[in-house]
Ligand binder design. Structure first.
Ligand code: SF4
Length: 239
């Protein structure tokens, strides 16, 4: 029997809202558990115990994804939590790709897995100071080196809430400069409990971020982006 994977939710097709895959039609597989506790985490339910995971076999996950897709979608996003905590995603990745799905995955860069080499769109998203987490830059460097050596399609994305976060992103960009790595900055959502439409306040923050990038001499080939799904759907889960 293949290893079972702790899954919190599978939903879609929807539109990817973030980073290098923004705008991509995709189906989300959200795994359970995270080694971080970011202050502004918008998916706390993946690790705070409020929602329980289901242990699913790779075959069952593929079946659910195929059912949801019904031929309308050929891309899957594996997200968390931190999916890099799960050592046994190989079989699922093989099955998805055999069925014609390409796979995107996001992780904070705290842990390497050999199956990263099977991902088509890999986002490494180190967390800035506003998260209250500390980046292990050596681990991050090792991960980025391996991805580069193996010519994986990856990007670095940092969520920005304030000036201190922007300074952190600048330092990281200095260490791992574009255009060697695709680079994205993304406006943070600090209102994760609101049920309101957040579009106006998020667009104001997006304008603030764009102006910072425009004025900065070192942030070349860095692309500031909004979180598309939050503009559309606010904090609603499962879209
Ligand atoms: Fe939440 Fe992601 Fe931070 Fe984990 S790494 S606590 S899932 S924002």
């Amino acid at each position: 029997m293949t290893n079972r994977i702790p899954v919190l939710e599978i939903f879609g097709p929807t539109i990817q809202g973030e980073g290098m895959v923004a705008g991509q039609k995709t189906i989300f597989i959200r795994t359970f558990g995270c080694d971080y506790r970011c202050s502004w985490c918008d998916s706390k339910f993946t690790w705070d115990g409020t929602q329980k995971p289901i242990l699913m076999s790779p075959e069952d996950i593929l079946q659910k994804v195929s059912l949801l897709s019904n031929g309308t979608c050929n891309h899957v996003t594996i997200s968390g939590g931190n999916p890099a905590l799960i050592s046994s995603l190989d079989v699922l990745l093989d099955l998805l790709q055999l069925e014609g799905f390409s796979v995107g995955l996001e992780t904070q860069g705290s842990k390497w897995q050999d199956w990263f080499l099977k991902i088509q769109d890999l986002t490494i998203s180190p967390k800035p100071p506003s998260s209250n987490m500390k980046t292990d830059v050596k681990t991050l460097e090792n991960i980025i080196l391996k991805l580069k050596e193996n010519k994986i399609n990856y990007s670095i994305k940092v969520v920005i809430f304030n000036d201190e976060d922007f300074t952190y992103a600048k330092k990281l960009h200095w260490r791992f400069p574009s255009p060697s790595h695709k680079w994205f900055l993304q406006v943070g959502n600090d209102d994760t409990n609101s049920k309101d439409n957040l579009a106006i306040s998020l667009l104001e923050k997006y304008e603030w971020l764009c102006n910072k990038v425009i004025a900065d001499k070192s942030m070349l080939s860095v692309r500031p982006l909004p979180q598309l799904h939050t503009l559309l759907w606010g904090n609603k889960q499962g879209v």
